[in-house]
Design a protein around this ligand. Structure first.
Ligand code: ZN
Length: 463
């Protein structure tokens, strides 16, 4: 099978008397791949989903191979939500190709608009962000496996410097293999990175990296507005239980906390096996409760297993609704919520559903308003939640629960299969004794905006 190898070395640079991490030297060696004259050789994102990224120092991006310096020409390419700088080589390449540049953080202030947490930033003496923001890659080759070896060079870093990324912490090397997919060339872009005076909470059995298959770690710089340890300890327990519940094969998860100088409390973005969780200064005056934070992060953890790989935009009722359902249900089932708290949470969600002015709108119509009003943004979450209760209730007479529907879809997802709403429908009708018409009607009515009134069997029975 064809493969391209990429060796990536990341060297953080520090400035000031405090030794604050201020830039990242990126050194990539691409081997096992020859480029023709005029062929695209490398691309670096400069904007994704309206977030600026891809800043480099004035020295620019330097290319060379076995014959020395490579002359390149550059252009800007737009595709979907991504704008990228693309370089093509002026002559055929010989041997390994090296790409070297110094990546700089994005500058943010009080006035920066909150958005997906994909940019690279300075945070309390450290650097933290997603790989998309600073790791360029060669363009995709269909059907080629990319083997990336990633290392941190901390030999010139101040004492106490720690590096971590979604796939592990310490200097590495870390090896990952990925099939090239559209937009994600090397698999290292869909990950979070942090380096500097980093604090971490590790799984009890992880501090020697004995068991990389059972990891729940949390990382942060400086002093967050809350104590990360009690939250981390509860989430660690919950993640273990969730992994077992969803028959997880990887069993790894890493949460990165990051300070937002702008309004961005209880926000965040999920990448592979990891989540960037934002907090802001408003929390010092009105702190969210431990339960609030836990609910947000538990919801995100559920997405590890509850996700559709093929979906139209109006189908987010599936993963958002079920993430809401399971974050509440599993916290109750595994003892993090008392029966009373569980009921309160369920009622809170149902109240939000019934009082949403768009409750009887079709999801297609709701979707068009998503970025204009919060009610539209929240609707799929609440409707999907109410629908999960309804499906549970419908199943009760057939002695099934929604777990029998979601579990197999999660299995297939983990097995690398693509999963879509048709698969949900198929499994639903199977569990209804092959009643395709009924399955289809349930989903269609929900999407069209028929008011959902789940009955008593929709809820996990209280002890
Ligand atoms: Zn979600």
């Amino acid at each position: 099978m064809a493969s391209t190898n990429i060796d990536v070395t990341l060297t953080p640079l520090f400035t000031g008397s405090q030794g604050s991490a201020s830039a990242l030297n990126v050194n990539q060696v691409i081997w096992g791949r020859a480029f023709r004259q005029g062929q695209d050789i490398f691309e670096l994102f400069i904007n994704t989903a309206s977030i600026d990224m891809g800043y480099v120092s004035d020295a620019g991006v330097l290319f060379s191979d076995a014959e020395g310096e490579l002359q390149v020409t550059e252009r800007i390419k737009k595709s979907g939500p991504v704008t990228a700088r693309v370089w093509k080589t002026g002559r055929p390449t010989v041997g390994n190709v090296s790409v070297i540049y110094t990546a700089l953080p994005r500058l943010v202030s009080r006035d920066t608009k909150n958005g997906p947490a994909l940019d690279l930033r300075v945070d309390q003496g450290g650097l933290i962000g997603s790989g998309m923001a600073f790791l360029g890659t060669p363009p995709n080759e269909p059907e080629v496996t990319i083997l990336t070896t990633l290392r941190w060079d901390l030999s010139k870093s101040p004492q106490g410097t720690l590096a971590a990324w979604s796939m592990g912490d310490g200097e590495g090397p870390f090896e990952i293999a990925t099939k090239s997919l559209v937009g994600i060339a090397s698999g290292v872009q869909e990950a979070y990175f942090a380096v500097g005076p980093l604090h971490r909470m590790t799984s009890p059995d992880d501090y020697m990296h004995i068991n990389e298959a059972d990891v729940f770690n949390m990382y942060w710089f400086g002093t967050p507005t809350f104590d990360p340890l009690p939250l981390g300890t509860r989430l660690q327990m919950l993640f273990r239980e969730m992994s077992a519940f969803f028959r997880d094969r990887g069993n790894r998860y890493r949460i990165f906390l990051r300070h937002n100088p702008f309004r961005g409390s209880l926000t965040g973005t999920a990448l592979r096996r990891s989540f960037m969780y934002g907090y802001d200064d408003s929390e010092r005056d009105c702190p969210p409760s431990l339960q609030d934070r836990e609910a947000v992060l538990a919801h995100e953890m559920v997405h590890n297993w509850v996700l559709l790989t093929r979906e139209s935009v109006a189908d987010n009722w599936y993963h958002e609704g079920l993430a809401e359902y399971y974050q509440v249900l599993l916290r109750f089932r595994f003892g993090l919520l008392s029966a009373r708290e569980y009921l309160e949470q369920v009622n809170e969600k149902l109240v939000a559903y019934y009082t949403n002015p768009l409750v009887t709108w079709s999801l297609e119509r709701v979707q068009k308003m998503t970025w204009n009003m919060t009610d539209a943004q929240r609707m799929p979450y609440m409707r999907g939640f109410a629908f999960a209760l309804q499906v549970n209730d419908v199943f009760r007479t057939a002695r099934h629960s929604i777990d029998d529907l979601v579990g197999p879809l999660a299995d297939r997802l983990q097995g690398g299969e693509s999963v879509g709403v048709e698969d949900y429908l198929q499994r639903l009708s199977q569990l209804l004794g092959g009643d395709e018409i009924r399955a289809d009607r349930l989903v269609t009515e929900m999407k069209e905006g028929k008011l959902l009134i789940p009955r008593v069997h929709g809820l996990e029975q209280l002890p």
